[in-house]
Ligand binder design. Sequence first.
Ligand code: NAD
Length: 497
Amino acid sequence: MTTLTLADWQQRARDLHIEGRAFIQGQYRPAAAGEVFDCISPVDGRQLAQVASCDAADAEQAVASARAAFDSGVWSRLAPARRKAVLVRFAALIEAHREELALLETLDMGKPISDALAVDIPAAARAIRWSGEAIDKVYDEVAATPEDQLGLVTREPVGVVAAIVPWNFPLLMACWKLGPALATGNSVILKPSEKSPLTAIRVAQLALEAGIPAGVLNVLPGYGHSVGKALALHMDVDTLVFTGSTRVAKQLMVYAGESNMKRVWLEAGGKSPNIVFADAPDLAAAAEAAASAIAYNQGEVCTAGSRLLVERSIRERFLPMVVEALGRWKPGNPLDPATNVGALVDNGQLETVLGYIKAGTDAGAKVLLGGRRALQETGGIFVEPTIFDGVDNAMKIAREEIFGPVLSVITFDSAEEAVAIANDTPYGLAAAVWTADLSRAHRTARALRAGSVWVNQYDGGDMTAPFGGFKQSGNGRDKSLHAFDKYTELKATWIKL
Ligand code: NAD
């Protein structure tokens, strides 16, 4: 545990050296065109650094470097146990730099420092270590052939992987890709969000230090429409893995179709239902979970429990409990270890969230809590956690992903109605159900069209289980051994005996 205070973190922020260059072929370099963009902290509006704004020319260099490294076999043909050893070292280096990385994450995208320290950085290290440790324990297959044949079913690394990631859990989302991609022997080009490039740039150096050869991991900061698009259209990128919005995910499928039919794996948005039945075993726990499900990480969570479905008979008792619980989530200085709600990532996101709050009010939903911008005098970008009651599932605030701390409460009368409302969404990332009835829990879990379902909790998960979405929440899965599928091709080799 850390005992650092707000003043300690502020001092460290002042002393921090921030690297803003791209990382290609084992070296930091400016963008080929010399372009940069300003990296502004949502904590206080301060400029943190100027960051290389990469474009197609940088993508060209990084792909060439990744391809050469892949073809050389320096990593792709290394014994799995040796790749494991390097990845375990990489994870240990991330842990050893936990405070520096957490500080970069908080300054860059506004999340509370205590969350960056306790969740983001340890989970990022775990993703790398878990994938590394697994890779020398998975076996290929021998097919059930006739006597005169030997059929081998083997997995091979797919080649050059481009990973395009978002800003809400910048390093963690990157490591969910880097772990299995590197463990299986691929070369990777990581493109962090232009809103949160700093930790990705920093860990490239740690990867090199751990023993990942030059060219195997490249990091290209820059805009999606520039370097992101160039990677997605590149003829020599074999696989594109993505976490981000459904809108961009769809565009990436088009780019793949317009170029080399690269494999495209997408982790996209959500509008997750959290269903509380009258027989929930512990309504106080359900209220606490409903609050953290929408306030954690300022609601900038793909699995945010943004639709709270409440059975009519407990509404009057349960809603005040949720209001009280969410009332304890208060925006504050993200560098203060006591803060549980940090800053939104930027002014654009603030406008989006305030726009949805207005849309909710205009549609006739009733604000039970919050609804306004907060702490404007700090120069930071904060919004109050907000609850809307009287929401109809057809309203814009119930249909679209807000990606801010705005909760919609919808009332239902029967289990069938609850499931119908829960599934009436283009998304299918996650869902939760609260009930003491074992059969109802299983029946509801089965009926929910979502990649993760939680029973009597919200947001369980670990590297041991796959994570990803149904419907327009994406395809393929991050985490667990299933993630290796995205980074390998299956080969059948037939030997005549
Ligand atoms: P975004 O789609 O705007 O951006 C994601 C990444 O795509 C960024 O790096 C961006 O630069 C890049 N990009 C944008 N346009 C591009 C283009 N034309 N070509 C190539 N790349 C392009 O998403 P965001 O705002 O950064 O992140 C929030 C979204 O991420 C939310 O929808 C959230 O639900 C989703 N998300 C999903 C998961 C999951 O695992 N399913 C996890 C976290 C976040």
